[in-house]
Design a protein around this ligand. Structure first.
Ligand SMILES: [Zn+2]
Length: 474
């Protein structure tokens, strides 16, 4: 009998601020251990937290981008637990009065078409430090540079129905947050972290099954793999009549397996209570309205606009808006006067390959535009233009025309020169010439091809056929 999978995701993103959530320490990634610390983030007695206005603004912006209601009053609460990476013995978070609630993420599910997944809440909190296990043999060290870094936690409703759908949700969520400028969402640097919970039930059963939580997911692909492994594990348990225990699991990317970490602590174990050092966070309705008005264009809107404004196919618009930098670059190429579809083909081809390799656009929009013009005017062939592009990417100051000339890629349109190649080809293929003259006119393509080959691709194909026709006419 079939099982239905129910998945909910908790995503932590690091807000793109220069300083920490409650002190002025820097948030730079990769600094020497314990250099960005102060009495506040070390939890020394008497040090008082001061909320970072920019962090609140970015969190509110993220909430608005996800269609949440941003509340005029929210409350910072202490989440108490003991762990060596948490110097205060509690984490400042938000509990029963979060910053925002009730949003949604719409995306194309690989299984169910267009769907919406509810966003239960978005709240702000501070990050913990990091335990370092490989620095001193046999000892564990602690680095508190990350302690107090501002985070937004985004909790989804259990609306996701498959591991592949979970991945698609994450891709869309990340796009929205990057577009809105809330976070760089880099999983490599830990600025986006995912905890996933999964349960299974019989289709149509209104009651949710016992859920487990999977942690340690360091890529979207691994979220999908881990959830597949966990779904399989639960199905096997229930199929043989066992029960699913409520546990936290760690995913091992090497083996593709999940293993239990500890039995799930209940939320009341955290003994949440409002932080007495921090007054309620009060946001003026006008401030919230101004943030809403200042929201940049989001991926969905940009996709629709590219389709309509430039007449692009849906596929192209989706690829071009997959990253905000790509969309910006594309629009600046079109702004240089390049035909929108031609620009789309270039950006989705060679430009995107370079961008994926280097994270940059070494051929600026205006240089790409002049290269496209050379193709349109027949100065270089499309094939040759790709070689010119590769050279331009290596040489920041070179102009397309000069590069094409230097590489000998400018197409020859000189009748005399083309005539020379044509004569050589006709002399070398007397049998075909006879057949052509006997009425086999489709051999024209063969002759053009031979001339192109003999000219090493330099002959302008448009100039070749008239010369051939003239030489072959009776
Ligand atoms: Zn600090």
């Amino acid at each position: 009998m079939a099982w239905e999978t129910v998945i909910g995701l908790e995503v932590h993103v690091q807000l793109s601020t220069r300083t920490k959530m409650f002190c002025a320490c820097r948030t730079t990634f990769g600094d020497p251990p314990n250099t960005n610390v102060c009495p506040t983030c070390l939890g020394l007695p008497g040090a008082l937290p001061v909320p970072n206005a920019e962090a609140v603004r970015l969190a509110a912006r993220g909430a608005i981008a996800l269609g949440c209601t941003v509340h005029a009053t929210s409350v910072f609460a202490r989440k108490n637990y003991f762990y060596p990476d948490l110097p205060k013995g509690y984490q400042i978070s938000q509990f029963d009065q979060p910053l925002a609630t009730g949003g949604r993420v719409a995306f194309d599910s690989p299984d169910r078409g267009r769907i919406e997944v509810g966003v239960t809440r978005l709240h702000v909190e501070e990050d913990a430090g990091k335990l370092v296990h490989d620095r001193f043999p046999g000892k564990t060290a602690v680095d508190l540079n990350r302690a107090g870094t501002p985070l937004a936690e985004i909790v989804s409703e259990p609306d996701i129905r498959s591991p592949a759908e979970a991945r698609a949700y994450l891709v869309t969520l990340r796009q929205i947050l990057v577009y809105a400028g809330v976070s760089d969402c880099s999983m490599e640097q830990g600025s986006l972290r995912v905890d996933a919970n999964l349960s299974i039930r019989r289709p149509g059963d209104p009651k949710l099954g016992t859920k487990t939580e999977v942690k340690n997911l360091n890529s979207f692909a691994n979220v999908e793999r881990a959830l597949e492994a966990e779904r399989e594990r639960q199905v096997a348990l229930l199929d043989r009549g066992d029960r699913v225990a409520q546990v936290t699991l760690l995913f091992n990317a090497g083996s593709g397996q999940v293993r239990p970490l500890r039995s799930k602590e209940e939320s009341h174990d955290y003994r949440y209570f409002p932080d007495p050092d921090l007054p309620p966070l009060v946001l003026a309705p006008e401030w919230i309205a101004a943030e809403r008005a200042a929201l940049p264009e989001l991926p969905e809107a940009r996709r629709a606009r590219l389709e309509i404004a430039y007449g692009l196919p849906a596929y192209d618009a989706r690829v071009l808006t997959s990253e905000v930098a790509l969309a910006e670059y594309y629009e600046s190429v079109v702004g240089e006067g390049v035909d929108p579809k031609t620009a789309a083909n270039w950006v989705m081809g060679d430009v995107m390959t370079t961008y994926n390799e280097t994270g940059a656009f070494p051929v600026e929009a205006d240089r790409l535009a002049s290269l496209v013009t050379l193709v349109r005017e027949g100065v270089v062939s499309h094939q040759a233009a790709k070689r010119v592009y590769a050279e331009l990417a290596r040489r920041p100051r070179d102009e397309p025309k000069a590069v094409a000339e230097r590489l000998g890629l400018v197409q020859v349109r000189d009748q005399g020169e083309i005539g020379g190649w044509v004569d050589e080809v006709l002399a070398a293929h007397t049998a075909e010439v006879a057949r052509y003259k006997g009425g086999e006119l489709k051999l024209m393509g063969f002759f053009v091809g031979q001339v192109m080959k003999r000219s090493k691709g330099k002959a302008d194909p448009k100039g070749v056929q008239p010369v051939l026709q003239e030489r072959l006419s009776p």
